[in-house]
Design a protein. Structure first.
Lengths: 157, 157
DNA sequence: ATCGAATTGACAATATAATGTCAATAGAGT
DNA sequence: ACTCTATTGACATTATATTGTCAATTCGAT
């Protein structure tokens, strides 16, 4: 049959990961719906968030690395955002080609508006959950991320 | 600033979700690498899994619904899998057009091989984690899924 | 200064995913 | 039998994401 021997934790983790994929996709589509009216998508929102989180303007490639996303896709979306005036490029004193990406006022407003929509939505979603459980979950996620990020190239050989 | 009022649980959940996105993408790429040698991808693997889980042959649209994925994409991948002989279509006694999808021996072998690769990999990944924490996480995921799935169309109006 | 490795943006090519439309079909209700 | 509605597969179109290549540039080592 499909049974292969696994440790008990391995079993539990296997089951959990499958559920996690579903949750991830549900969250993304919910996010898309939430901010669609602002001309945003989950992907665009996430990139605006990365720019905000950075606090200092960064080149595209750095943002992409911070997000664990691929460079070219972030570049494409940021180019779109720039055409729509949500972000602007600033000249980089340290690098002639790698321009710095900064939020425009319009971009900041769009991001703030998204966060204002997010607040009641996430509050509703969190009803009935305990902070403690969520933090446990976050701790597990963190541990898994760390392992996966360090193993990065192990199987690639 | 970016601060908008949220409940404490809402705060925690917000942070957690961001980490979760990263973990999801790390798991997918790790999965791709893991089964690449078998001619599989994470997406193909997941679909084979859905077919196995169903136990009875089902039409494509049902599999897609079970997976929470969109119909056409599942159709495309299943067509690919069929061309490569991993799945086969069976005539559906109840519906002339909606053929049933079943694993071929080759498909079963590929899936089993994937699961054999998965076992040591997931065991390694789970080292140092507690079954209890993982189950807590799975419980939270389940609660969130349920909310998101029931709200499905609330914002869509 | 000069070399070489690494990073970057641009672009092309491809792969993957999503959306909309259509006719065929099936099943429920009458 | 008949009609109405929902589901299905097929197809076309568009959107999104990935991969590879290139020359320009930066930076570290020497």
């Amino acid at each position: 049959m499909t049974k292969t021997k696994r440790t008990p934790v391995g079993e539990a983790l296997t089951d959990m990961v499958l559920d996690l994929f579903r949750l991830n996709s549900l969250l993304l589509t919910a996010g898309d719906r939430l901010v669609a009216g602002l001309g945003l998508t989950s992907a665009r929102w996430q990139i605006l968030g990365a720019i905000v989180a950075a606090e200092r303007a960064q080149p595209v490639a750095w943002l992409a690395r911070d997000m664990g996303a691929n460079r070219q896709n972030v570049q494409r979306i940021i180019n779109d955002l720039q055409k729509e005036g949500l972000v602007a490029f600033e000249t980089n004193p340290h690098h002639r080609r790698a321009q710095l990406v900064a939020l425009t006022d319009k971009g900041r407003r769009a991001f703030d508006a998204a966060m204002r929509l997010q607040a009641p939505w996430i509050d509703g979603l969190s009803e009935g959950l305990s902070v403690k459980d969520i933090q446990t979950m976050q701790r597990v996620i963190g541990a898994l991320r760390q392992k996966l990020e360090s193993n990065e190239t192990i199987e690639a050989a």
